[in-house]
Design a protein around this ligand. Structure first.
Ligand code: PMP
Length: 453
C-alpha cells in the first residue's frame, strides 16, 4: 500500500522511471508521448543533457545558500538573461528586476503583495483591491486562488478567500456577438475593466491580473488582437498595475519567450514558472518594473515577503541552462513551425468533428473545446466527466494530454490542452493527432447514448 498522498487516491498511477526526449517511460517499460509537458512544464522533454549537466555542476560546487545571506552567480546571470530578453522582445518594456520563487502560485503571492506594498510606499494606502477575470487560474494558494476565477477550485475554500472583483475574460468563441467584429468585441470586454475600476473607485484599485493566453480554465484561449493594448491603456489611465500571469503561456510556449510581446504590450509585473525550469527543477519568478523596485528602495527598503527557497541556486543554474538551450538551439522557431503543423493537423482531423466546438491557441499551446452540440455550443454535462475519460483513454494509448472539465456554472465545456515539448518533430505531431483521435473516439463511445444528441 502506497503512503504517498496521491491527487486521486482511487487511481492506480503508473510509476515513472525514465525520460527519453518527449517520452516518459514507466516501470513496466511502457512509453508515453508527453503531449502536454505534464502541465505545460517539460518544454525540453525529459532527457536534456545540458540541463542535467548544469544541475550536477552546480550541486558539486554549491547546492544551496539562503537569500538572506548571499546572492549567487546563477541567480544574477539568470536575472540578467530574463531582463535582457524582456528588453529585446517587449515593446516599451518596463521589467527590470527578478524575484525568484519556487513555482507559479508563489509567483502570484509575491506579485499581489508587491502590488500592495508598492502603493503603501508611494503613499496611496487605499489601493488594495485586485481585479481579475472569470476564466482564469493563478495558483492554488489562498491569495492566488482568491483572484483566480476557477469556480471548481475556489468553491470549497470560498469563505477563506479575500475579496476580489472578476470581469469577463476575452472569450470570443462564447461571447462575441454575431454582428460584432473581433476588434469591437475585444474593446467591449476590455472596457469592462474600466467600468470595474470606476465602480470600485480608482483610488482603491491596486492591480489587474490576467493570463495573456488562458491555460488551465479554458484550454489555450488567446485574446483577440487589440484586447491587451486596450487593457494596458486603461491600467495606465487609472494608475492601476498590470500583472500578467505567464506561468503557463510564457517561456517560449507560444513561440515567444514572453507571450505578451505578441500582443504588443509590457506589464508592470510578470509571473513566470513551469517552462522556466522545464521541470528539471522547481522554479518560478516575478519580474517587476524599475519604478516598483525603486519605490521599495527609497521607501521602506524591504519587500515584506520571502520564502526559504527564493533564488535557489541549483534551480537557477538549471533554468540558466534552459535559457541557453532555448536561444542557442533555434527552439523558439521550432515551436512556431511545429505549432503551425500541429494546428493544421488538428484542424484536418477535428475541424468538422461533431463534438469539437473550437480549436485554438498559439505556438505549442493548443486546445480543443468539446461540445455536446456544435450548433448551440452546449457543453457536455460535467457529471459525465468526459475530460477524465479522455485522459484515461489517452494514457491507455501511451499519450499524455491535459484534459479539463467544464465549469460548474455550465459556461463552457470540457477541453483538451496540448503543450508538447519544444523539441518535437513532424513524426510526433502525427503521433499526437492519431492517438488523440483514438482516445477521443473511445471516450465519446463510452458515454451513455442519450448524452450525445
Ligand atoms: N498560473 C497559471 C497560469 C498556471 O497555469 C498555474 C499552474 N497550472 C499557476 C499559476 C500555478 O502554478 P503552480 O502550480 O506552479 O503553483
Amino acid at each position: 500500500m502506497s503512503h504517498v498522498f496521491h491527487r486521486q487516491p482511487a487511481t492506480a498511477y503508473p510509476v515513472a522511471v525514465a525520460g527519453d526526449g518527449p517520452y516518459l517511460i514507466d516501470a513496466a517499460g511502457r512509453r508515453y508521448l508527453d503531449a502536454c509537458g505534464g502541465a505545460a512544464v517539460s518544454c525540453l522533454g525529459h532527457s536534456d543533457t545540458a540541463v542535467r549537466d548544469a544541475i550536477k555542476g552546480q550541486v558539486d560546487s554549491l547546492a544551496y545558500a539562503h537569500s538572506a545571506f548571499f546572492t549567487t552567480q546563477a541567480a544574477e546571470d539568470l536575472a540578467d538573461v530574463l531582463i535582457a530578453r524582456a528588453a529585446e522582445t517587449m515593446p516599451n518594456n518596463r521589467l527590470d528586476k527578478v524575484y525568484f520563487v519556487s513555482g507559479g502560485s508563489e509567483a502570484a503571492e509575491a506579485a499581489l503583495k508587491l502590488a500592495r506594498q508598492y502603493f503603501l510606499e508611494i503613499c496611496q494606502p487605499g489601493r488594495h483591491r485586485i481585479i481579475a477575470r472569470r476564466q482564469s487560474y493563478h495558483g492554488n494558494t489562498l491569495g492566488a486562488l482568491a483572484v483566480g476565477g476557477n469556480q471548481w477550485r475556489r468553491q470549497p475554500f470560498e469563505p477563506m478567500l479575500m475579496p476580489a472583483t472578476h470581469i469577463a475574460p476575452c472569450y470570443a468563441y462564447r461571447d462575441r456577438r454575431e454582428d460584432e467584429s473581433e476588434a469591437a468585441y475585444g474593446q467591449r470586454v476590455a472596457d469592462e475593466l474600466e467600468a470595474a475600476i470606476l465602480d470600485l473607485g480608482p483610488e482603491t484599485v491596486a492591480a489587474f491580473i490576467a493570463e495573456p493566453v488562458v491555460g488551465a480554465t479554458a484550454g489555450a484561449l488567446p485574446p483577440v488582437p487589440g484586447y491587451f493594448r486596450r487593457i494596458r491603456e486603461i491600467c495606465d489611465r487609472y494608475g492601476v498595475l498590470l500583472i500578467l500571469d505567464e506561468v503557463m503561456c510564457g517561456m517560449g510556449r507560444t513561440g515567444h519567450l514572453y507571450a505578451c510581446a505578441e500582443d504588443g504590450i509590457a506589464p508592470d509585473i510578470l509571473m513566470t514558472a513551469k517552462g522556466l525550469g522545464a521541470g528539471y527543477q522547481p522554479i518560478g519568478a516575478m519580474l517587476c518594473s524599475a519604478a516598483i523596485y525603486d519605490a521599495i528602495v527609497t521607501g521602506s527598503g524591504f519587500f515584506q515577503h520571502g520564502h526559504t527557497y527564493i533564488g535557489h541556486v541549483t534551480a537557477c543554474a538549471a533554468s540558466l541552462a534552459v535559457q541557453r538551450r532555448l536561444h542557442e538551439g533555434g527552439l523558439l522557431e521550432n515551436v512556431r513551425v511545429q505549432g503551425a503543423a500541429l494546428r493544421q493537423a488538428l484542424d484536418a482531423a477535428f475541424g468538422q468533428h461533431p463534438h469539437v466546438g473550437e480549436i485554438r491557441g498559439r505556438g505549442l499551446m493548443l486546445g480543443l473545446e468539446l461540445v455536446a452540440d456544435r450548433a448551440s455550443k452546449a457543453p457536455f454535462d460535467p457529471a459525465l466527466k468526459l475530460n477524465a475519460r479522455i485522459k484515461r483513454e489517452a494514457m491507455a494509448r501511451g499519450l499524455m494530454c491535459y484534459p479539463m472539465g467544464g465549469t460548474i456554472d455550465g459556461r463552457h465545456g470540457d477541453h483538451v490542452m496540448l503543450a508538447p515539448p519544444f523539441i518535437i518533430g513532424p513524426e510526433h505531431v502525427s503521433e499526437i493527432v492519431d492517438r488523440l483521435g483514438q482516445a477521443l473516439g473511445a471516450a465519446l463511445d463510452s458515454l451513455p447514448a442519450e448524452a450525445r444528441p
